[in-house]
Design a protein around this ligand. Structure first.
Ligand SMILES: C[S@@+](CC[C@H](N)C(=O)[O-])C[C@H]1O[C@@H](n2cnc3c(N)ncnc32)[C@H](O)[C@@H]1O
Length: 251
């Protein structure tokens, strides 16, 4: 399966941000607290880790080992730089690989964690692809966008579609979990601060700066417009959608 290629300017923007999607350390810690039990020496896989904010949070929450995977090596270089600085090489390693072809044996992990990345392969497909990598009794935690309210406004639905994504209601996401055979343990909605503080606010500051340099290049300006529009959509329609964390167990 080939996943979409993104322009270099897109990556340049995301490499400058504290994280590459909505999320927060508070939410990571909260969701961790919803896990019934994780072994002290847990083997954890962080899929689509980006520059590793949640990887660092997970490392602080556990004494286990973490394998952080992403397709974009410059993000992993940032994780590696932190690993060296923090003296964490015995507990955290990075692997550049695609989430639809993860190079691990079946039953390798106690916990698979993925924040804001499963949409790339598709929610249900991702769960089905990653489930075999879990030990029996192991947990999977993913966050993905969904509808919080029924009948979302037309403008919002059309925008999501133009982004190549068709959200479904949270209840339908739960049905999808059920179809994979994973047991749904808990759900948690990312609070609004997780959208603004680490994502839209730094993104808007960056687009304003980059516009001074790249504003005359039509392709780059269109991308900057798109990021600003994304923040506008959230400002206007945040009650209708968001990210839900799904905490699941392989039974
Ligand atoms: C929205 S970002 C989320 C990053 C991070 N988890 C966070 O919350 O800040 C999605 C991540 O998935 C990565 N990605 C994109 N396609 C991928 C693929 N095929 N396999 C693995 N990672 C991929 C991107 O490079 C990016 O780091």
């Amino acid at each position: 399966m080939s996943l979409p290629q993104l322009p270099p300017f897109f990556y340049q923007i995301f490499e400058s941000l504290p994280r590459q999607g909505p999320g927060s350390s508070e939410a990571t810690r909260k969701v961790w607290s919803l896990l019934p039990s994780v072994p002290r020496d847990a083997k954890i896989l962080d899929v689509g880790c980006g520059s590793g904010t949640q990887t660092r949070d997970l490392a602080a929450l556990t004494t286990g080992t973490i394998t952080a995977v992403d397709i974009h090596q410059p993000f992993l270089d940032k994780v590696d730089a932190w690993v060296r600085k923090a003296g964490m090489a015995h507990r955290v390693k990075t692997i550049c690989a695609s989430m639809d072809a993860l190079p691990f044996d079946k039953g390798s992990f106690d916990l698979i964690w993925s924040e804001g990345a499963i949409f790339i392969v598709g929610f249900e497909k991702g769960l089905n692809l990653w489930k075999p990598l879990l030990k029996k009794g192991g947990y999977m935690v993913v966050s993905d966008a969904d509808w919080f309210e029924p009948n979302p406004p037309e403008e919002l639905r059309k925008w999501w579609e133009s982004e190549g994504y068709i959200p479904v209601p949270e209840e339908e996401m739960k049905e999808r979990v059920k179809r994979t055979g994973l047991r749904l343990v808990a759900t948690y909605r990312l609070p609004e601060a997780g959208w603004w503080d680490n994502y839209h606010v730094p993104m808007l500051a960056l687009t304003a700066e980059l516009r001074k340099i790249h504003g005359k290049d039509p392709g780059n300006a269109a991308l900057l417009d798109a990021f600003e529009h994304e923040a506008d959509m959230y400002r206007k329609y945040k009650r209708w959608y968001g990210y839900t964390f799904f905490v699941m167990q392989k039974v």
